[in-house]
Design a protein around this ligand. Sequence first.
Ligand code: BGP
Length: 466
Amino acid sequence: MNKFPKNFLWGASTSAYQIEGCVEEGGKVTSTMDLYGDKPSYPKGITGFKEASQHYKYWKTDVEMMAKMGLKSYRFSISWPRIIKDENGSVNQEGIKYYNDLIDELLKYKIEPIVTMFHFDIPLFVMKDGGVHSKNFVKHFELYSEVLLKNFGTKINYWLTINELNILVMMADGFEVLEKQDLSKQLKVLHNLNLAQAKAIIKCKEICPNAKIGPAPNIATVYSNTCKPEDYTAKLNVEMIRNWVYLDAVCKGKYSNIFIKFAKKMGIDFEVTKDDLDTLSKGKPDFIAFNYYTTMTAQMPTEESIKETKEKFDQQKGLVIPGFGMAAKNPNLQKTEFGWEIDPVGFKNTLREVYDRYGLPVMITENGIGARDELTNDGKIHDDYRIYYYEQHIRQMAEAISDGVEIIGYMPWSAIDLVSTHEGISKRYGFIYVNRDEFDLKDMKRIEKDSYYWYKNLIEVNGENI
Ligand code: BGP
């Protein structure tokens, strides 16, 4: 099997709103996510994001532990509402200092900082100006990206634009971006976000010509539920709107004919001007980052299958378009205790598909298992299931390299425990445990899990032991 390249960026990942907490400190303005936990749509009995892991306070300890784990890279997001104060683009210098200090600390330990510009937390002033429904979003995001590039550009080699642009669009109501799901609104959001992303890429090329920048969607191989031709059509349809429309827009600078026809057939006026196409074609990435958790299975909807599919809100489920496609369960895969299908071979196949379609180097910016980890009487966290999960996935990543895929780095989710998008702190992902419960903040102590030592060892030998 092929070896991991010498400079492979073994790392780990987090996002600002899920880890920082301290939402009222440091001159931060309010974001959609600060209010999200209080909304009636947010599940009851689990914590929101106001305190999170208080990384805003404990960032030095956290970085030191990451360094001791041997991380070569750390992918985190900058909080837009910590940087920009209002609709005129006034800059919060306290926020700039906070992230400069964090970046300097990472560099001190020779950890490559990999920065996501925007990971789900939209400042309220942007929402009040029309949010993602309005082209004003493009202007706000362009200005924000310019501030980031000018303030941190000399220290950052890898930028990521928008985390999971596709999930933001598909699960828009879950993230409080739309009031409810509506395909016509979703396609407008999709286009606005694509334009915003392209503008940030263009800015990056102007301001930081030596840096590299890429998108960071959530990409997954889509299986056909059966070998019935209708199910295969559903697979093609679903993968188009699940994966490729996003990567086509950024990598090819256009929307496919089949996608444009789909919008028309749905009676949606999908307006793309010449100027928009010009922007998209100038904003092409240097690499593709993507998050991978699981694969998806698609079938052609029948009356019966639509009826059966009244499942709870989840990022990985929920798609049903009559005559087009819908999600199906895959009986061949095991699930995490939170019901996400586990598919390491699907990871290799997804890597191959992405690389084959676009020919750009790939970076994995999320992958991991959410579990109810337990702090046992010996003061440890024995997360052997996490070690097993990573072993399986890293082995498949090595196979993808051996098959010819160019991979720059692997940043699993998450470096330390943080608050899940909608399942609280009980759904833990970290290599480092944070001693708090849903509502009891306890002492917030950081404790290395068994997986921490396992990953440290793997990094030391550059994955040779896998
Ligand atoms: C990704 C998001 C992350 C993260 C992860 C796990 O989609 O980019 O922010 O939270 O999924 O999801 P969850 O927290 O819902 O378990």
